[in-house]
Design a protein around this ligand. Structure first.
Ligand SMILES: Cc1cc2nc3c(=O)[nH]c(=O)nc-3n(C[C@H](O)[C@H](O)[C@H](O)COP(=O)(O)O)c2cc1C
Ligand code: SF4
Ligand code: SF4
Length: 316
């Protein structure tokens, strides 16, 4: 848990960030190394996904590439040995947008990968609402990869039902995203995949052009810490817990221990992965005094079935 001094320090940084001029949003790398190949054969797709949206898009991209007779490895990013990255001809990274940015556990992971000099790289994000800063969040991934020698060849953002829990799950964003992803979303994923391959074959790159977004400064705020201050309860109800271990698997920092009903609030990233995925409704969270329930429970209560792409019928 942050001390009062940490909180004041973070608030000062936050204030400075809010006053930072537009130039911060327009960074980019001047030149990339030459592409190591114009005809990739071995592709690595790494994804991070708490509620399945990003994983669905990663899987669809994998199906399309396998259909083109490429060798594809799809892996959950944090379970991946970083040393394998230089062995691929194309690396595609997908993450959700959390708190107007790339989730911090993923940007931290990417910061320590080995050199991937000359490897074509593409990034996509899944996101929940308009003004979610999705363009810059996906550029953030590309920027880190480019710093490791990767050559940006693709970028996109796919919108879907948000997985951010609110006490009633009924904000305007939640409702407007209710029927996403749909056929249009999947067509966008197919275009992203096709354009990425076409650019590689032509030896083309894309710029990492940060956009001015109204909510860009928000990504500099210590939002998870601020959020944790509003989470006035975060524990496990032992009488409901079925000891399935899902919350532990989904927790990026292993902050939750359902076996003794504790959450290490210092380690917790306020990602809601434990709440969203608990199959027994045993993760107890109160936000501003109001109880929260998770994403899959929200889908169930509203009889929402998430659409799957056609390719899944035939692709293994
Ligand atoms: C903690 C948290 C923060 C989020 N922050 C944003 C955000 O800043 N902008 C946005 O558009 N969506 C945001 N969302 C919605 C997610 O980006 C969206 O639901 C995403 O598709 C989830 O991907 P997943 O199912 O692969 O985990 C947030 C969701 C959570 C749980
Ligand atoms: S305890 Fe829950 S909210 Fe906190 S980091 Fe782990 S999964 Fe995310
Ligand atoms: S996901 Fe829920 S039921 Fe499973 S171990 Fe965690 S708290 Fe218990």
């Amino acid at each position: 848990m942050d001390t009062r001094r940490d909180f004041i320090k973070k608030s000062a940084v936050m204030g400075a960030a809010l006053c930072t001029p537009l130039s911060l949003t327009c960074e980019g790398l001047a030149a990339y190394p030459d592409l190591k190949t114009r005809s990739p054969k071995k592709v690595l797709i790494l994804w991070y996904s708490q509620t399945g949206h990003t994983q669905r898009y990663a899987r669809l991209i994998g199906c399309i590439l396998k259909g083109k007779k490429l060798t594809v490895d799809e892996r959950e990013i944090q379970d991946t040995d970083k040393e394998i990255l230089p062995g691929y001809d194309l690396i595609i990274i997908g993450t959700p947008v959390f708190y107007y940015d790339t989730p911090s556990n993923i940007s931290d992971w990417l910061e320590t990968i080995p050199s991937i000099k000359g490897t074509p790289v593409a990034a996509f994000v899944s996101f929940g609402g308009p003004e979610g800063n999705q363009h810059n969040a996906s550029c953030h991934i590309l920027k880190i990869l480019a710093e490791k020698g990767g050559v940006p060849v693709g970028r996109d953002a796919f919108r879907n039902i948000p997985s951010y829990p609110t006490p009633k799950w009924d904000s305007a964003n939640q409702r407007s995203g209710q029927h996403l992803p749909n056929a249009v979303t999947f067509a966008q994923v197919r275009r992203f995949t096709a354009h990425t391959l076409e650019r590689i074959s032509r030896g083309e790159t894309i710029p990492i052009g940060y956009e001015f977004a109204l909510r860009e400064p928000l990504r500099f705020l210590p939002l998870p810490s601020l959020n944790k201050r509003l989470m006035n309860r975060h524990t496990v109800d032992a009488s409901k817990c079925i000891s399935c271990g899902t919350c532990v698997r989904k927790c990026p920092t292993k902050a939750i221990n359902p076996y003794n009903q504790t959450v290490d609030r210092g380690k917790c990233l306020a990602c809601f992965g434990c709440l969203n995925n608990c199959p027994a409704g045993a993760v107890v969270m109160e936000y501003g005094g109001k109880p929260l329930y998770g994403f899959f429970e929200y889908l169930k209560r509203n009889s929402i079935t998430i659409m799957e792409p056609e390719e899944f019928k035939t692709c293994t």
